[in-house]
Ligand binder design. Structure first.
Ligand code: NAD
Length: 496
C-alpha cells in the first residue's frame, strides 16, 4: 500500500511513529496510508525553511511574480490530474474539483501582482527636512492548517500569497486527503520556487501543537471547524502568534415571495447539495418567507429527486459520497434527530445503494420542512446533503434568524425587490452576502471571511487582507545631513 510521506526540502521524507488511513469514500476502502508527523519532523521542516528564507527574503518581488506566472500555467496544465487526486480521496465529482482548483488559481493570479501589492507609502517633508515612508516586510516562517473539504483551494489561499510576501511556509494539510495538497507544492517547485520554501508536514493535533509552540513560526493560518479554530486562536495567542482562524458555518438563504422561484430553486439545490453539502459556503437552511414555502417545495422536490448520486469518476454524477464513515454516521444521526424532533422529512434518500459501491459513504439528498430553530438539525452544522426549510411569516422574522445564528459565514437573499435586498445586505451580521447569488464566494482581489463564530482573528483570507496578514508594516522617518549633527536633544522630539 502507498505511503504518503512528508515533503520537506523537495524530498519525500518519513517521520513520526504513527500512520493514518486515507480512504476512497466511493468504495469505503483504505487506498493509502499517511505518515503522521511529530515534533522532530516539525523541527526538520523549520530548519529547512530557515535556510531557504535567508535568501528568499531578498528576492525581488518581480522575481517572485515571475514564479507565480509559471505556477499559474502549471496548475492549469495539470488541472485534470490534480482534480482526479482531489476526487479520489475526497469523493467530490471531477468537475467540482476542477472548479475548486480554478478558484485557487485565481489567488495565484492575484499573487502575480505582488510588486504592486507590496508597495509602501511615502510622505515628503512631514517635518522640516524630514520624510516618512513605510514598507511591508515578511514575517518569517508562516504555517497553514487546512480542512479536508478543499484540499487544493484552501492551501492556495495561503502559501502563494505568504511566499509572494517574502515568507517561507509550512503546510499541514488535512490527514484525510493530503495527496493533492502535496502535489501543489511539487508543482510550485517546478515553477521555480526553491525547495524548502514550502514544506509539507502531514499529521494531526500533535503537529499542529508543535507548529504553534515553535518560536520560529510567526503566524498561523487555519481553516476548519469552529471548535478547532477557537482552540487554534487561543493557543496561538497564548504564544503571541499572529493568527487567522476561519471556522464552521450555517448559511441561510431567504426566499422572498416575489423571488423568481424557478431561479431560486435551481440556485438552492446546487448550493445545498453540490459537493454533498461539504462546503463551508453551502446553503443548509432555506428561509421561506410568507407564502413562498409551498411554491418552493413544489419546485425543488422533483429536482432533488433527480439529483444523480454517484462516484466521482462517473461523469453523470451530480454529487458523490461524504468523506468518511464517521461523517456518514454523524449525518445520518442528525437526520434521525430531525425526524424525532418533529421536522417533516419530505425527501428521504438516505438509504441509497449504488451497485458496485455498496460500501461507499453515500447519502442521498434529504429535505426537511417545518424545521424550528430549537432543533438540533437547525442548531448544528450538518456538513452533508441535508437541506432544512424554515418557514418565516415575514422578512423581519427571516432576517432575525440570520442575525441570531451564532455562525456568520455566508447568506443570501432571493428577491426582485431592490429595497429589501439593500436592507438585507446592510443588516445581516454575516461576512459574505449574496443577492440572487447562492454562494457568494468573493473573487481573489476581495477577501474571504465570515463573522461571529465563523472566524477568530482579525484577518480574512486572500486579497489585501492576506497581504496585511503576511507582512509587518515598517515606517521609517528620516532626515539627512543638515542639522543632524546639531547635538543631543533631551526634550520629546516634535516635527516642527
Ligand atoms: P477540522 O477542524 O476537523 O480539521 C481542520 C484541520 O485541523 C485539519 O488539518 C486537522 O488535522 C486539524 N485538526 C483537527 N482537530 C484538531 C485538534 N484537536 N487540534 C489541532 N488541529 C486539529 O475540519 P474538517 O472536518 O477538516 O473540515 C470541515 C470544517 O471546516 C467544517 O466545519 C467547515 O465549515 C469548515 N470550513 C470552513 C471554511 C471557511 O472558510 N470558513 C472553509 C472550509 C471548511
Amino acid at each position: 500500500m502507498d505511503l504518503i510521506k512528508h515533503y520537506i526540502n523537495g524530498e519525500d521524507i518519513e517521520g513520526g511513529s504513527r500512520q493514518g488511513d486515507v480512504y476512497n469514500p466511493a468504495i469505503g476502502e483504505v487506498i493509502s496510508k499517511v505518515t503522521l508527523g511529530d515534533l522532530e519532523v516539525v523541527n526538520n521542516a523549520i530548519e529547512s525553511s530557515k535556510k531557504v528564507l535567508e535568501k528568499w527574503r531578498y528576492t525581488t518581488p518581480a522575481k517572485r511574480a515571475s514564479i507565480m506566472f509559471n505556477y499559474k500555467k502549471l496548475l492549469e496544465d495539470n488541472s485534470a490530474r490534480i482534480a482526479e487526486m482531489v476526487s479520489k480521496e475526497h469523493g467530490k465529482t471531477i468537475e467540482d474539483a476542477k472548479g475548486s482548483l480554478q478558484r485557487g488559481i485565481e489567488v495565484v493570479e492575484y499573487a502575480c501582482g505582488i510588486p504592486n501589492l507590496l508597495k509602501g507609502e511615502y510622505s515628503n517633508q512631514v517635518g522640516s527636512g524630514i520624510d516618512t515612508f513605510s514598507m511591508k516586510q515578511e514575517l518569517g516562517i508562516c504555517a497553514g492548517i487546512t480542512p479536508f473539504n478543499f484540499p487544493v483551494m484552501i492551501p492556495l489561499w495561503m502559501f502563494p500569497l505568504a511566499t509572494a510576501c517574502g515568507n517561507a511556509f509550512i503546510l499541514k494539510p488535512s490527514e484525510r486527503d493530503p495527496s493533492s495538497s502535496i502535489e501543489l507544492v511539487r508543482l510550485f517547485e517546478e515553477a521555480g520556487a526553491p525547495p524548502g520554501l514550502v514544506n509539507v508536514v502531514n499529521g494531526d493535533k500533535e503537529v499542529v501543537d508543535a507548529l504553534i509552540e515553535h518560536r520560529e513560526i510567526k503566524a498561523i493560518s487555519f481553516v476548519g471547524s469552529s471548535k478547532v479554530a477557537s482552540y487554534i486562536y487561543q493557543k496561538s495567542a497564548s504564544y503571541n502568534k499572529r493568527v487567522q482562524a476561519l471556522g464552521s458555518a450555517k448559511n441561510h438563504m431567504l426566499v422572498m415571495p416575489d423571488a423568481d422561484i424557478e431561479q431560486a430553486s435551481d440556485a438552492l439545490i446546487g448550493a445545498a447539495f453540490g459537493s454533498a453539502g461539504e462546503r463551508c459556503m453551502a446553503i443548509s437552511v432555506a428561509v421561506a418567507i410568507g407564502d413562498s414555502a409551498d411554491k418552493l417545495i413544489e419546485n425543488i422536490t422533483p429536482k432533488i429527486n433527480n439529483i444523480k448520486v454517484g462516484p466521482y469518476n462517473d461523469e453523470t454524477s451530480d454529487m458523490g459520497p461524504v468523506v468518511s464513515k464517521d461523517a456518514y454516521e454523524r449525518i445520518n444521526g442528525l437526520i434521525d434527530s430531525g425526524v424525532e424532533e418533529g421536522a417533516n422529512l419530505i425527501v428521504d434518500r438516505r438509504n441509497i445503494k449504488l451497485q458496485g459501491y455498496e460500501n461507499g459513504y453515500f447519502i442521498g439528498p434529504c429535505l426537511f420542512d417545518n424545521v424550528k430553530d430549537n432543533m438540533k438539525i437547525y442548531r448544528e452544522e450538518i456538513f452533508g446533503p441535508v437541506l432544512s426549510i424554515v418557514r418565516a411569516k415575514n422578512y423581519e422574522e427571516g432576517l432575525q434568524l440570520v442575525k441570531d445564528n451564532p455562525y456568520g459565514n455566508g447568506c443570501s437573499i432571493f428577491t426582485r425587490d431592490g429595497d429589501t435586498a439593500r436592507n438585507f445586505s446592510s443588516e445581516a451580521n454575516i461576512g459574505m452576502v449574496g443577492v440572487n447569488i447562492p454562494i457568494p464566494v468573493p473573487v481573489a482581489y476581495f477577501s474571504f471571511g465570515g463573522w461571529k463564530n465563523s472566524i477568530f482573528g482579525g484577518h480574512n483570507a486572500y486579497g489585501m487582507e492576506a497581504i496585511r496578514f503576511y507582512t509587518h508594516t515598517k515606517t521609517i522617518t528620516s532626515k539627512w545631513p543638515e542639522g543632524i549633527r546639531s547635538g543631543a536633544q533631551f526634550t520629546m522630539p516634535t516635527l516642527g
